[in-house]
Design a protein around this ligand. Structure first.
Ligand code: UTP
Ligand code: MN
Length: 489
């Protein structure tokens, strides 16, 4: 039967041209199989010499430039050429044995570590692990975070789940005490070595690619593509998120900031106009020293209005980052100063703000506020606050000479928090975003407690649980305390 003949394809990788020609001629002469010179989804048997299935797939993608949807590897047998030579010897088809199949992964990828690693038992939730800012696996986590970002940019079906899967994989690696140097190091890692499946998950494939080749082909494809680069550019505009950026990219075919400025069919909102005007400033790395200066300045202004006001710098800087993208400041007062404190502070600073966007709060009843937040699945809270753009004096003379301005525009957020909710707000605004997502997920699933930046309460009975410090919140949740510096997951 003509149609039932296996259709084979020889993977050129690692085959001399002469040998390839010889094998092809043999196959063409046989009357029990067909040979395809090119890979296609018609092929039933993909034949290769001394490689793993993963390496073949990489070859097809990278060298043969096949797109993921042109590969139908799930329906094909990946077989060693030894199977073909057996067939030739026997002058008929021989069964494909287990020994003929290409291995899924190369157990020799990477360098096995000489030291015996202590069996680390890694907890499932990121908030149960310590994730320092400087960790050993940056080469892998950077790659996974590009894919996380790309998934959000694409925003197609399952985008949230896909991006979260990459973040979870990356977050596991951030908590490891050792550098991943061998495929065996991946055994049993939460969200990376997903048990039960013989097919490696996406995170694992990326890591293996980097171990084998020093880089990930997929990540390189993503970062070099126009869509990703343009989305990154547009999402860097204050007030622009993936949805707007996608519309600009696909519907309006915009590619540059000038395209956006000159496009007559879009009307930018206030955030976006300022975002565009100060694009360069707002996207230049913000040093810790500048953040500290602003923190002190705003504290002085606040305490000059009312004694005893506390101002603390939260966000990435509290986690030990030396550079950030904005300044997040929490403001509170032991006596719950309700006398329009934000209004008064902003009034004193009005010449220093380029732009302010005030949000009224609804924090009178912490239980209510907590409930409102908890049901809406997001980390948005209900504090009275101001998202603004602030003029930060240039300390660097050289920088000042290049521009007319003597200041740099920086994003500053001021958040006013009732004293009783302060520890929860500090925890919520210290981040990282993933840490917050995880500690809330942990609380709900493992402790049946709803945690927000306003407070926490039991799911059953809706009982409010007060706490007077971050440490106490961890303790009440049965979690080992993590310093802010260890919440960089
Ligand atoms: P940021 O987005 O400022 O991130 O939010 P970051 O960690 O400080 O990083 P860089 O250095 O600025 O880029 C800080 C924390 O505040 C929370 C976020 O969840 C994050 O944990 N947050 C932010 C809120 O709770 N509510 C908001 O409206 C915004
Ligand atoms: Mn921040």
């Amino acid at each position: 039967m003509e149609t039932s003949k296996p259709i084979i394809y020889f993977v050129e990788k690692g085959l001399y041209k002469a040998r390839l020609n010889h094998l092809t001629a043999l196959a063409e002469k046989s009357n029990f199989l067909k040979v395809n010179k090119n890979y296609s989804n018609q092929v039933t048997h993909v034949l290769a010499q001394d490689c793993t299935k993963l390496q073949v797939l990489q070859f097809l993608k990278k060298v043969k430039k096949l797109k993921p949807d042109e590969l139908s590897w799930e329906n094909q047998k990946f077989v060693n050429i030894s199977w073909f030579t057996s067939c030739m010897k026997e002058k008929e088809l021989v069964p494909v044995l287990e020994t003929h199949l290409l291995k899924d992964e190369d157990e020799n990828i990477g360098v096995p570590s000489k030291k015996l690693k202590l069996e680390e038992k890694i907890p499932m939730y990121a908030c149960q692990r310590s994730s320092p800012l400087n960790h050993k696996n940056k080469i892998f986590t950077d790659a996974l975070e590009v894919l996380e970002e790309h998934a959000l940019y694409r925003g197609d079906q399952n985008a949230d789940a896909r991006s979260l899967a990459f973040r979870r994989g990356s977050s596991t690696l951030k908590s490891l005490k050792h550098k991943i140097s061998h495929i065996n190091d991946l055994k049993n890692l939460p969200h990376i070595d997903i048990g039960g499946s013989s097919k490696p998950g996406h995170c694992k494939r990326v890591i293996i690619d980097i171990l084998a080749n020093g880089h990930s082909t997929e990540v390189e494809e993503v970062t070099s593509n126009e869509f990703y680069q343009t989305m990154k550019l547009f999402c860097g505009i204050f007030g622009v998120g993936p949805q707007t950026a996608r519309k600009w990219f696909y519907d309006l075919k915009l590619r540059t900031l000038d395209d956006v400025k000159n496009c007559s069919s879009i009307s930018l909102n206030r955030d976006q106009s300022y975002g565009l005007e100060y694009y360069e400033d707002l996207n230049s790395p913000l040093p810790l020293l500048d953040a500290k200066r602003i923190e002190n300045h705003i504290r002085e202004v606040a305490t000059s209005i009312q004694e005893g006001i506390e101002v603390i710098l939260v966000g990435g800087f509290r986690r030990g980052k030396q550079v950030g993208h904005d300044i997040d400041l929490l403001i509170t007062h032991p006596e719950d100063g309700k006398e329009k404190i934000l209004h008064k502070i902003l009034d004193k600073l009005k010449d220093e703000f380029v732009y302010t966007d005030k949000k009224a709060g609804t924090t009178e009843n912490p239980y209510h506020a907590a409930k409102v937040t908890a049901t809406s699945q997001s980390t948005t809270d209900h504090f009275e606050k101001c998202y603004g753009i602030f003029k930060v004096d240039k300390t660097d003379k050289a920088a000042g000479e290049n521009h007319k301005r003597t200041w740099t525009a920086r994003r500053v957020d001021l958040i006013v928090v009732p004293y009783s909710q302060f520890p929860f707000a500090v925890l919520g605004w210290t981040g990282s975003k993933h840490f917050e997502r995880e500690i809330r997920r942990y609380s709900k699933s493992e402790k049946q407690i709803v945690l927000t930046s306003h407070g926490m309460y039991t799911l059953e009975g809706k009982q409010n649980i007060p706490a007077s410090s971050e440490k106490e919140i961890f303790e009440l949740l049965g979690l080992e305390y993590q310093d802010p510096e260890d919440r960089n997951c």
